[in-house]
Design a protein around this ligand. Structure first.
Ligand SMILES: Cc1cc2nc3c(=O)[nH]c(=O)nc-3n(C[C@H](O)[C@H](O)[C@H](O)COP(=O)(O)OP(=O)(O)OC[C@H]3O[C@@H](n4cnc5c(N)ncnc54)[C@H](O)[C@@H]3O)c2cc1C
Length: 600
């Protein structure tokens, strides 16, 4: 049954989540009127057990329950194609114009008007972004690529004669558009007049990642596959470590060169080193920083002390990098062989990850959903960002970190878009730029230049000395990792924050600081505290295993990018936070009420 639905989805080039109830109805009607009749599955009302419209924070998705041959009921999230919806929208516009002429005395209700407007606006938002890409140029081959984004990693630089393709080995930046690594790979492939292949190497287990993270990533990768198909670019999901599978792929497909993206973290850096060593000696490999706006190695050549020392370095270079993206275009050279069909369902079933931490329902994976979250941020929350972003009871944050972490949306796209609202929400825009560019790039800088980025040894000398001095201080409360994980402390705010993270996969940014500092206070040593904070952060937060996370824990527990404060027990000179301070900042009781009674 799943395969049949797969056919249906392929047939419709499924890619767009219906953003409103109305779009969903149109998409459904459209599917029916196309009279799709696949042998074992027919999209008819008889076969639906139910159609649910599930409206989460900012958008709606539909869930269809199918009954097939009296077999068990399955639930599926179905996405519909842009083309279907666009056709229906065009038809709808024509119809409504006609209706308006026919029934001028019978105007639509206010509710209907509202739905219609938001449909069109939503379409506009995505369309405007693709139009701005197309305005840059038709194809990356016409575009002057800023080579400072690129580092050649291999000894050889030139492609061998007669090669048959270029590979973009996708890793941190899991999207097609707005991706400088993808664009650079396409530019090379166009220059060489060869096919472009995208390879993603999926390992069955990755650090503390759970099915929550894998699910989010794999759903996003399905969208990448579909987007690649539309652009005649071959997408390959290779199972195993890149060093074991990529060199063979390169040889089998006569690949002339490899482009990859950049992460400053140990494991992906090691993967890149391993692949560079394992590739045939005549094959060049280069790396493009597609995550940062100013490439990490250009922003600063050294470990920076804090935001104040990197801020100007980044701002002074921004104009050279914060430019509109050209589009990844339909690739004119197709490979002789089609890529292997990917059986996503059985691959997901074969993963050996922890399945006790499941997917969350508020964050739909994929680039399109990421853009929709960006849209809702700009239109609904940016106006409050400057004033309310430290209040966990307010809806003021961008909420984009899961998509940014998995590279499903580009920070550069977020900034280009948010900046358009400067005249309306100047302070919000400035605050967002500070967080998403300066603080985020500072985190990459720390992990890139400090190999102990997740250890107490990576802290400044004043902090290490001070923490050591207070290591044996008596702790009033001591909790095990299990008690912390279950939110079983004496502190109702801490427990509520832990529950928020465990259930929703994203703890509010302000609470993350309080949460980590209390772990320092309630565990046996700074080393144990740091390990525990990183473990829990990476296990539950969708944006975990990120430079921002390591730096966030290091900032809270060992004063990275901070200064020394008044000395006190356990904390030494590390900045202290307490419950009373939180009460002065926001309505703690209201936050606690929201999560009280929620079971982990
Ligand atoms: C203990 C602790 C753990 C953290 N763990 C993570 C993590 O695992 N992954 C993660 O992405 N961030 C982490 N952060 C940083 C920050 O809390 C999150 O980036 C933010 O809460 C994400 O939500 P948002 O996208 O709605 O952020 P917004 O407030 O809307 O900010 C916009 C963007 O700016 C960046 N940003 C915001 N705050 C910071 C910061 N302090 N440092 C670096 N970049 C920042 C992020 O990319 C974020 O998406 C952690 C912070 C602390 C103190």
């Amino acid at each position: 049954m799943l395969r049949n639905i797969g056919c249906l989805l392929d047939y419709t080039h499924s890619s767009l989540i219906c953003t409103t109830l109305k779009q969903t109805y149109y998409a459904l009607t459209c599917l029916r009127t196309r009279q799709l009749s696949l042998p074992a599955f027919e999209l008819s009302s008889k076969k639906f057990k139910s159609v649910q419209f599930n409206s989460h924070l900012f958008y709606s998705e539909i869930y269809l329950e199918f009954v097939h041959h009296n077999a068990s009921v399955r639930q599926l999230q179905v996405r519909f194609s842009t083309s279907i919806i666009k056709n229906r929208m065009a038809e709808k516009k024509k119809m409504s114009a006609k209706r308006k002429m026919e029934t001028d005395e019978n105007p639509p209700t206010e509710k209907k008007q509202k739905l219609g407007t938001s449909d069109i606006k939503s379409d506009d938002f995505i369309d405007k972004i693709s139009a701005s890409r197309s305005n840059v140029c038709k194809s990356i081959s016409e575009f002057k690529f800023n080579k400072k984004r690129v580092r050649v990693l291999s000894k050889v630089k030139d492609f061998p004669e007669d090669s048959q393709g270029v590979v973009y080995w996708m890793s941190r930046d899991q999207r097609v558009q707005d991706n400088w690594a993808f664009l650079y790979a396409q530019k090379l492939a166009l220059k060489m007049e060869v096919p472009l292949h995208v390879c993603f190497c999926l390992v069955p287990k990755f650090l503390e990642a759970t099915i929550r993270h894998y699910h989010f990533m794999m759903e996003g990768l399905k969208e990448v596959e579909q987007d690649c198909n539309k652009l005649e670019i071959a997408f390959h999901l290779l199972i195993g470590y890149a060093k074991d599978v990529l060199p063979q792929f390169v040889t089998d497909h006569d690949i002339g060169g490899v482009v990859t993206d950049f992460s400053p973290l140990h494991t992906p850096m090691q993967w890149v080193d391993d692949v560079t060593t394992a590739l045939p000696k005549n094959i060049p490999i280069c790396q493009v920083d597609a995550h940062n706006i100013v490439p990490c190695w250009e922003a600063s050549p050294k470990l920076e002390y804090g935001a104040r020392t990197i801020r100007n370095k980044i701002h002074n270079q921004l104009s050279g990098y914060l430019t509109e993206f050209p589009p990844v275009c339909v690739h004119p050279y197709t490979p002789k062989q089609k890529p292997q069909n990917i059986d996503w369902t059985s691959i997901e079933a074969s993963l050996t990850v922890d399945r006790t931490v499941g997917p969350v329902d508020w964050a739909t994976p994929g680039s399109l959903a990421g853009l929709q979250m960006l849209e809702s941020f700009c239109k609904e929350r940016l106006k409050y960002f400057s004033k309310d972003r430290n209040n966990p009871n307010k809806t003021a944050l961008s909420n984009l970190s899961p998509w940014i972490h998995f590279g499903q949306i580009s920070v550069q796209r977020c900034i280009l878009t948010v900046k358009q609202y400067r005249s309306k929400y100047k302070e919000g825009v400035e605050a967002y730029i500070e967080e998403a560019i300066i603080r985020r790039e500072l985190a990459d800088n720390f992990c890139f230049y400090n190999k102990n980025y997740d250890l107490i040894e990576g802290a400044y000398d004043w902090a290490k000395t001070s923490l050591k001095l207070h290591e044996k201080d008596k702790r009033k409360y001591l909790y095990t990792r299990e008690q912390l994980e279950k939110g079983q402390t004496h502190d109702d705010l801490w427990n509520a924050a832990q529950i928020q993270m465990a259930i929703e996969g994203k703890m509010h940014g302000f609470l993350r600081m309080y949460w980590a500092k209390k772990i320092l206070e309630w565990t046996g040593s700074p080393t144990e505290a740091l390990e525990t904070a990183i473990y829990l952060n990476d296990r539950f937060n969708l944006d975990g295993r990120d430079p921002n996370g390591y730096v966030g824990c290091m900032w809270s527990i060992c004063g990275i990018h901070d200064q020394g404060w008044k000395e006190r027990e356990i904390f030494g000179k590390i900045r202290y936070m307490n419950y009373e301070g939180c009460k002065r900042k926001f309505d703690v009781a209201a936050f606690v009420r929201k999560y009280r009674g929620k079971k982990l």
